[in-house]
Design a protein. Structure first.
Length: 438
């Protein structure tokens, strides 16, 4: 019997992360034992190497502003586990989490006995708890973010109203494949028969795979740049003013509530997916609601402003495409300022290339550091060794204690300087506790 919040989290986090052979059979059996709570709900299913969380946050704001009840499932969490499962932008309560974990744990114990490979993984349990919660709340739509890939992801047991692929880049190659086409094949696994798919700006080889999959499934593709367009209207504005052109929504202009240029394309994808969903229900597309939603979107740990003067940002640029997007933002919005970066990256990422991208900027001062990491199997990278090899305009500093490094940088900032804490989202989570009451 699980009786406290801590016991519930210990049960969830104590489960194995991956199984050797990817399959959805175990997840389907798991949900069948729970009475198939996933059935009877409407979904927007979202995958992508980067941008999926931001796209979900924008869609949630727009759909809430449009008067709908909205459930969402995202990962990872930044401050508390409960952030992952939300109804109308409010986190699942500790009491509901304990109650539903108990319900799910009974089935897990049964499957541990009956399945030769053992029962559900940690993420399968997260997903099952979410489905049980949404079955009780019955929102008008559930925004479902994929954990890894798509094809064999435990969320891929539903028929969505709309599928979304934000980006395809290099990440999780151990599980998804060694080429962009192979990675795209996994992500295209969420496309369903006759249901539209909205895609962001994908590399050519990835887009070919997605379009081929969609054609086989009679799924209409709505592609950024072809079927809808979005642009940033004024340069050197951290919060972009955008102009969007899409079917049924010409000359749509508004300001984004999320900072950084990479959010412009995410906003385009979110707008098109929101339109497609509203169309599927024959609901009107209210321009004012969409503007209000986009302007009020917030998403922790993604170029999140935690201090205004001097400007301090937290950005979970946790893989190479994420770092490249951050580099573009620094070039576009902060090229006339000194930018101080505090960086810690997980050892299973392309940390040498990521650090090289950041060091290529002439106006950045980099300090690399270390953090606990999510567990012994996923440690923080030893960036001190790499720092010696990476050419940079200002020598890269090393401070193994991130708390001391943070204080040191903060104490020397002028009001015009910018400080950005970046790298792993797990690192951002640790640092964010300095600024959070949670």
């Amino acid at each position: 019997m699980i009786s406290t919040y801590e016991e519930a989290l210990n049960f969830i986090h104590g489960r194995t992360k991956f199984k050797k052979i990817p399959t959805l059979k175990r997840m389907r059996r798991f949900l069948a034992e729970l009475g198939n709570p996933q059935d009877g709900l409407r979904y927007i299913h979202v995958t992508g190497t980067n941008g999926k969380g931001s796209a979900v946050a924008m869609m949630r704001s727009m759909l809430l502003a449009s008067g709908l009840d909205v459930g969402s499932f995202t990962s990872p969490f930044i401050t508390r586990f409960n952030e992952r499962i939300e109804y109308n932008a409010k986190q699942i309560s500790d009491e509901d989490l304990v109650r539903l974990t108990n319900r799910v744990a009974k089935v897990v114990a049964k499957l541990d006995q009956e399945l030769p490979e053992g029962g559900p993984t940690e993420f399968e349990i997260d997903t099952a708890i979410m489905f049980c919660y949404m079955a009780e709340k019955k929102p008008d739509v559930v925004l479902l973010e994929v954990g890894i890939g798509g094809l064999f992801d435990s969320t891929n047991v539903i028929i969505p109203a709309v599928s979304v692929i934000t980006t395809v880049g290099w990440d999780h190659m151990k599980y998804l494949g060694n080429t962009l086409a192979e990675i795209a094949q996994q992500k295209a696994g969420i496309i369903k028969d006759g249901k539209p798919v909205v895609i962001g700006n994908l590399p050519e080889s990835a887009e070919r795979v997605v379009r081929s999959t969609a054609a086989k499934l009679n799924s209409t593709v709505y592609a950024l740049g072809d079927d809808f367009k979005i642009s940033k209207e004024k340069s050197h504005h951290f919060y972009a003013e955008i102009k969007y052109q899409g079917p049924g929504l010409p000359n749509f202009c508004c300001q984004l509530g999320l900072g950084g240029d990479y959010q412009v394309e995410n906003a385009g994808v979110a707008l098109m997916a929101t339109q497609q969903f509203l169309n599927s229900l024959h609901l009107p597309v209210d321009r004012t609601a969409l503007k209000k939603g986009l302007a009020s979107t917030c998403w922790p740990g993604r170029l999140e402003v935690v201090n205004d003067s001097p400007l301090v940002l937290l950005d979970g640029a946790h893989n190479l495409p994420g770092v490249q997007a951050l580099v573009k933002t620094i070039k576009d919005d902060f090229s006339d300022r000194d930018v101080y970066l505090l960086v810690a990256i997980l050892a299973d990422k392309q940390y040498d290339l990521m650090l090289g991208e950041l060091a290529s900027l002439g106006n950045v001062h980099i300090t690399v550091t270390h953090f606990a990491g999510p567990g012994p199997k996923r440690p923080s990278a030893d960036l001190a060794t790499v720092a010696k090899e990476v050419p940079a305009r200002y020598p890269i500093q090393v401070n193994e204690q991130w708390q001391l490094a943070f204080q040191e940088i903060a104490s020397q900032l002028s009001s015009e300087d910018v400080m950005i804490v970046t790298g792993s989202l797990y690192f951002i989570s640790e640092v964010r506790h300095l600024f959070s009451d949670n």
